[in-house]
Design a protein around this ligand. Structure first.
Ligand code: SAM
Length: 393
C-alpha cells in the first residue's frame, strides 16, 4: 500500500509558489499543477516523508487517498465510508479533520468536517469494533478534505502542524517574518548559501538564520520531532530514520560562508542568538549590536537584505521615510559589488530609497501586500528617484 503513487498536493502561502516549485524541481519532482496556494506532483507516501524533511517554503504536504464527485453531504459520506480507513488509522488513534469547502451545498465547513469524521469513525467501528477519538489537536493523524463545487478529494495531511515554521523555537522580536516567507525571500534573491550574506536590522534573525541553514545544508525537518505522517499505519519508522540520517550526513558544518546579522536593539540580537542556537547555527553568524550604517560589509560582494519597519504596525512614517533614504545611501556608498534588497510592505516608503530597483518581486506577509526590491550595487550606482516603484516584475 505504501508504495502506491498518488497525487501529492503541497500547500503554501500566496505568492510563495514559484519558490516551492523551485524546491520540488531540485528534489527531482515534475510539477503537475502550479496554483496560487498549492503545487501538485505525483509521488508515494514515502515521498511525503522526504518532502516534510526538506521543504523550506511550504505549509503542508497532503497525500491524496481518493478523488470523487459529490453534490451533497450524503454523497460525501457514502463515498468516504467505502474507503478502507482501517488500513490507515489506528483503532485507538486520534483524528483531526480540516478542509477547504467552496460550494452551494454547505455553508459551514464544520459541517463538512463532521461528515468526514462520521464516515471515518463509522467505518472504523464497523470494521474493528473500536472508535478512534477526534478533535482539534493537529499533533496526531490529520486528514484534509478539498470540496470545491462538486469536486471532492480526501487527503492524509502528512504534516499536521504547518511546515512554515522551521522547528527551531523562535523568540519573536518586532514583526518577525515566518520562516517559509524568509526562505522564499532568499530564493527570490537567488541566494544559494555559497556567498556572503549580510542582514542589517535583523530583528529576531529569521533571514540570517535561514541563510545559515541553507549554507550548511541543514534541512528544517531535522528540528522537528513530530509529524502527522508518524500517526498513520502506512508509516515505516525505518524509512524516516534513513531520511533523517541522510539529512544529518548532508550537513556541512565546515561551511566558511560569511553571514552577518546586526540590529540597533541589543534585545533583538539577544533573542536572535537564542533562536540561532535552537537552529544550530549561532556560531556560524557574526552578530553585532549597531546602527545599520555600522554593519561590517566584507570585500568581495554577496547579498545584503534589509527588512525595515513598514510603518504599518510600528514606527512613524516620517522617520521611516528618512530611514529608507539612509538605507539607499548606505547601499550606494558601502556595498559596492553586492546585490542589495529591501523587503517592505510600504510601497510609498520604498520610493524614498532613491535607487532604481532592477526587480520588484511580489509577496504577501500575512495579508500585507509586500515587495522585495532588488538593487544592483556598483561604484557610481545612480542615486535616481525611482519613477515607478509600485508595479512588480
Ligand atoms: C521589521 S524588524 C525586522 C524583522 C526581522 N526580519 C525578523 O524576521 O525578525 C526591523 C528591525 O530593525 C531594527 N532597527 C530599527 N532601526 C534601526 C537602525 N537605525 N539600525 C539598525 N537596526 C534598526 C529594529 O530594532 C527591528 O529589529
Amino acid at each position: 500500500m505504501s508504495e502506491t503513487t498518488s497525487k501529492i498536493l503541497i500547500t503554501c502561502a500566496n505568492r510563495n509558489n514559484p519558490y516551492l516549485v523551485r524546491e520540488l524541481e531540485a528534489m527531482g519532482f515534475s510539477i503537475e499543477r502550479n496554483e496560487k496556494y498549492n503545487v501538485s506532483i505525483q509521488g508515494t507516501f514515502e515521498d511525503t516523508l522526504r518532502l516534510n524533511m526538506h521543504l523550506r517554503t511550504a505549509n503542508r504536504v497532503l497525500y491524496m487517498i481518493r478523488g470523487f464527485k459529490a453534490h451533497k453531504p450524503d454523497v460525501l459520506y457514502d463515498e468516504l465510508v467505502r474507503i478502507p480507513w482501517e488500513k490507515y488509522i489506528y483503532e485507538d488513534g486520534y483524528i483531526h479533520i480540516s478542509s477547504s469547502v467552496k460550494n452551494d451545498f454547505i455553508n459551514d465547513t464544520r459541517f463538512a468536517n463532521l461528515k468526514v469524521k462520521d464516515a471515518i469513525v463509522d467505518r472504523m467501528v464497523r470494521q474493528t469494533g473500536v472508535r478512534p477519538d477526534s478533535g482539534k489537536d493537529r499533533a496526531r493523524a490529520c486528514l484534509y478534505l478539498f470540496w470545491h463545487n462538486d469536486n471532492c478529494a480526501i487527503y492524509l495531511d502528512t504534516s499536521g502542524e504547518t511546515l512554515a515554521k522551521h522547528g527551531y523555537r523562535k523568540i519573536p522580536h518586532s514583526a518577525p517574518l515566518i520562516e517559509a516567507l524568509a526562505s522564499s525571500i532568499l530564493s527570490a534573491a537567488n541566494y544559494d548559501g555559497q556567498t556572503t550574506f549580510v542582514n542589517p536590522m535583523c530583528g529576531s534573525g529569521t533571514l540570517a538564520i535561514e541563510a545559515a541553514l541553507l549554507a550548511q545544508n541543514r534541512s528544517p525537518g531535522l528540528n522537528r520531532e513530530n509529524f502527522s505522517f508518524m500517526h498513520f499505519k502506512n508509516y515505516r519508522p525505518d524509512e524516516w530514520k534513513k531520511i533523517k540520517k541522510e539529512a544529518e550526513q548532508n550537513i556541512d558544518q565546515n561551511s566558511k560562508v560569511k553571514i552577518i546579522a546586526t540590529d540597533i536593539d541589543p534585545e533583538a540580537i539577544k533573542k536572535a542568538k537564542i533562536n540561532a542556537s535552537y537552529a544550530g547555527v549561532e556560531k556560524s553568524i557574526e552578530w553585532k549590536v549597531c546602527d545599520f550604517r555600522e554593519t561590517p560589509i566584507p570585500e568581495g560582494g554577496g547579498k545584503i537584505i534589509f527588512n525595515p519597519e513598514y510603518g504599518e504596525r510600528l514606527g512613524e512614517i516620517e522617520e521611516l521615510e528618512e530611514q529608507y533614504g539612509q538605507i539607499g545611501d548606505f547601499m550606494k556608498t558601502h556595498c559596492d559589488g553586492y546585490e542589495g534588497y529591501i523587503f517592505t510592505g510600504n510601497l510609498d516608503l520604498a520610493k524614498k530609497v532613491g535607487l532604481r530597483a532592477k526587480r520588484r518581486i511580489e509577496f504577501y506577509n500575512a495579508r500585507i501586500d509586500c515587495r522585495l526590491l532588488e538593487y544592483e550595487l556598483y561604484k557610481g550606482t545612480k542615486r535616481t528617484i525611482d519613477p515607478d516603484p509600485a508595479p512588480s516584475s
